[in-house]
Design a protein around this ligand. Structure first.
Ligand SMILES: C[S@@+](CC[C@H](N)C(=O)[O-])C[C@H]1O[C@@H](n2cnc3c(N)ncnc32)[C@H](O)[C@@H]1O
Length: 207
């Protein structure tokens, strides 16, 4: 992929779509995902890891929800986190993640479900670039909150197109108003540096 090309041209990423199309996109993207994201300057996973490190310990049990090829797990590992599991709905993305060998447990989930997870099992759930326009739908945030341990943390991102759409922040605002979570931090910064796209990196605590 040339440096002046655009990920959204190669893959029509940031738009609402049926979940089946999401699976096709990631199946087709798995082989070149890491190279494309390196070239695009993907910073959000490192920002999430750094934000979480302010609120929890390196041995926190973390689920990397929508782990993809493991770039988000790798960023967590680089920030010092040692206890990582990963789940994704895309088998081809998971095949890439396996090679990284950073997750204690890595498995394929089902759309709209937290398959293989007991409620309260994880102190921290990370969703880097997952609960976003073109990937998991807004209500996924509520599902993540449902499964988090009491007082547990969520580290997630909303990229600029997702923020512009409004539907994801609407679910977050509702969860805050229901006193299910509170915001510990929220900062806007680079998502894909080469494309000048930003994201909000948000740390939530379950109440
Ligand atoms: C942009 S990638 C992010 C992957 C990884 N977290 C990272 O930072 O590189 C989005 C991932 O979310 C997964 N995904 C999309 N929709 C999902 C859903 N409804 N439930 C769980 N995972 C989903 C995709 O398979 C894909 O691997």
């Amino acid at each position: 992929m040339s440096s002046d090309s655009n990920l959204n041209t190669k893959f029509p990423l940031w738009a609402p779509r049926p979940v089946e199309e999401t699976l096709d996109i990631y199946a087709n993207w798995a082989a070149s995902y890491d190279d494309d994201l390196a070239e695009a300057g993907y910073e959000t996973p490192h920002r999430i890891a750094a934000a979480l490190a302010k609120f929890t310990t390196p041995d926190a049990r973390i689920l990397d929800f929508g782990c993809g090829t493991g770039l988000s797990g790798q960023a967590l590992q680089m920030a010092g986190f040692t206890n990582l599991d990963g789940i994704d709905i895309s088998a081809p993305m998971l095949d890439k993640a396996k090679i990284r060998n950073i997750y204690s447990r890595l498995w394929q989930g089902q759309l709209g479900e937290m398959t293989g997870i007991t409620a309260g099992q994880y102190n921290v759930i990370v969703a880097a670039g997952v609960v976003s326009l073109g990937a998991a739908p807004p209500e996924t945030l509520s599902m993540i909150i449902d499964h988090l341990a009491p007082e547990g943390l969520i580290g997630l991102s909303f990229n600029d197109p997702t923020l512009d759409h409004g539907s994801y922040e609407a679910v977050l605002d509702q969860e805050i108003s229901l006193d299910r979570v509170r915001t510990l931090s929220c900062t806007h910064g680079p998502h894909l540096r080469q494309q000048k796209m930003g994201s909000n990196v948000i740390v939530l605590q379950r109440l």
